[in-house]
Design a protein around this ligand. Structure first.
Ligand SMILES: *Cc1c(COP(=O)(O)O)cnc(C)c1O
Length: 376
């Protein structure tokens, strides 16, 4: 038993900063000395390195993960009158990006075991207006892409992988983001690969698509004043690129550490009957951005853990179709029963590459104590 009552943070970005402080400080001061704030050498190097990691030919750095999806949709010509299918349990950014492009998000329910888009429900959601599917590799686990691609091929649809939670996840030798027409990443600070501000990226093997995304993200420019079209301002800035270049070197280590921490939670929690552990589809296909368990009296458990200085999260408390923002779609309670039930039972435990065994033991023991108390 750990005797300390120190706060166990849900995401511990301070621990990571201290671990790599020297490398990060050098990269930041190099960027300041070079005044390479927009564009610059670190951006090109990071884009090349990240594309290599993903096994794609191209990577275009953009302002954030939401814009990455928006820009990919736009570059593929998805817009007004079009429908785009995605899962109803994701961060709102996924569907927001669809609406930003002028298209309409259409939701499908999720798989009860994995919380991922239920691919068997895809075809029923397809209409003549459907143009694209956005599988979301939620919590860090890959959606079965072979099945998604088969449906997409049959109905001639684009596939854009929302890989914001799944950097470096791999299945059958293929990384998150590398199977669909485009893969979209967020480098938000708390993601598995995070900048010190907002940042995102689009990966693809399609050169034309990469060039179009780059142009759209930079005011539709082909050169300084040669605006071929109207775009937006959504660039990955030089300072963030320099930070990401440093962090990219450690991503594989962090992924292994996250996976080891997940295995440790699995073992520590295995004999608590009220706790349902996350299901891993395939070894390597889950990079544990989040470690999400399911249990009865989730809110009671969270309060109990909170009293013991253990921070937790819920991803996500309300499925998108039940949010006020999507009330106009008319999908009331009962529309997507699997996701609705799941939303009441899920809790995300603290996980990061830096989490210690002692911290995980403290989390597990607190969960055990809560469950044995509520049994009486
Ligand atoms: C974080 C996230 C995004 C959005 O990324 P931002 O960089 O915050 O815009 C999109 N989709 C999912 C699933 C995410 O987790």
């Amino acid at each position: 038993m750990s005797s300390t009552n120190e706060t166990i943070r849900f995401v511990d970005l301070v621990a990571q900063y201290h671990r790599y402080k020297d490398e990060l400080s050098a990269a930041i001061s190099d960027t300041l000395e070079a005044t390479a704030f927009i564009g610059g050498p670190a951006l090109g190097r990071f884009e090349k390195g990240f594309a290599a990691l993903c096994g794609t030919q191209h990577c275009v750095g953009v302002g954030n993960g939401t814009d990455a999806i928006f820009l990919a949709l736009k570059a593929l010509g998805v817009g007004p009158g079009d429908e785009v299918i995605t899962a109803c349990n994701t961060f709102i950014a996924t569907s927001e990006a669809v609406t930003m492009a002028g298209a309409t998000p259409v939701f499908v329910d999720v798989d009860d075991d994995t919380a991922l888009m239920d691919v068997s429900k895809l075809e029923a959601a397809i209409t003549p207006a459907t143009k694209a599917i956005i599988p979301v590799h939620l919590y860090g686990q890959l959606v079965p892409m072979a099945e998604v691609m088969a449906v997409a091929k049959k109905h001639d649809l684009f596939v854009i992988e929302d890989s914001a939670q799944a950097h470096a996840a791999i299945e059958g030798g293929v990384r998150a983001g590398a199977t669909g027409h485009a893969g979209c990443f967020s480098f938000y600070p708390g993601k598995n690969l995070g900048a010190y501000g907002d940042a995102g990226g689009v990966v693809t093997n399609d050169l034309e698509l990469a060039e179009k995304v780059r142009m759209l993200a930079n005011h539709g420019r082909a050169d300084k004043f040669g605006h071929v079209m109207e775009g937006v301002n959504s660039r990955l800035d030089g300072l963030q690129a320099a930070i990401l270049e440093v962090k990219l070197r450690h991503l594989e280590t962090w992924t292994a550490e996250r996976q080891a921490a997940a295995k440790r939670y699995d073992a520590l929690l295995a004999d608590i009957p009220q706790v349902r552990l996350p299901k891993v589809r395939a070894e390597g296909a889950h990079v544990f951005h989040l470690y999400v368990i399911r249990c009865p009296d989730r809110d009671g458990l969270r309060a109990f853990l909170g009293e013991r200085n253990i921070q937790t999260g819920i991803h996500y408390p309300v499925p998108l179709h039940l949010l006020k923002a999507y009330e106009h779609q008319g999908n009331g309670p009962g529309t997507f029963p699997v996701a609705e039930k799941m939303a009441e039972e899920i809790v995300s435990l603290p996980i990061s590459p830096e989490i210690t065994e002692a911290q995980q033991v403290r989390v597990a023991e607190a969960i055990r104590e809560f469950m044995s108390r509520s049994e009486k």
